[in-house]
Design a protein around this ligand. Structure first.
Ligand SMILES: [Zn+2]
Length: 129
């Protein structure tokens, strides 16, 4: 079966604190999050920018979270002001996954990988999609 796998990465410089965390992560601090979006598909699709079915999805739809917070992304933000869940890397990956799925065609298996530090990362996917 033909399979295309798109990969793109971007970084988000943002501050957060983890509500309820008993330790230093409970205080406001910042990260340069590295985010990798992986979109796998057995078919190609049209996009908002290309009417013919020749893409898995548009790279810019995968990169929305890297945009400035004032332009709808998560960059240069205080993450706790934007979401109503504890801002662990696990929950951020889940959130970016959920918000990205709304922007891309059906049938794409999306994986979101977030590095909170250069040597600590989490990978999130949803096997039901
Ligand atoms: Zn942190």
């Amino acid at each position: 079966m033909p399979t295309w796998t798109l990969n793109t990465e971007f970084r988000i410089d943002s501050a957060h604190s983890i509500d309820g965390y008993d330790g230093k992560c409970g205080r406001v601090h910042g990260h340069t999050y590295r985010v990798r979006m992986t979109a796998k598909s057995n078919t190609l699709n049209p996009s908002k920018y290309l009417k013919s079915p020749d893409m898995v999805c548009d790279f810019r739809e995968l990169k929305w979270a890297g945009k400035d917070v004032e332009k709808g992304g998560l960059d240069h933000a205080y993450l706790n002001d934007l979401v109503d869940f504890p801002t662990s890397a696990e929950r951020l990956a889940e959130y970016i996954h959920q918000e990205t799925v709304k922007r891309i065609p059906d049938g794409i298996r999306l994986t979101v990988t977030i590095w909170e530090t250069p040597d600590s990362w989490v990978e999130y996917t949803d096997e039901n999609l």
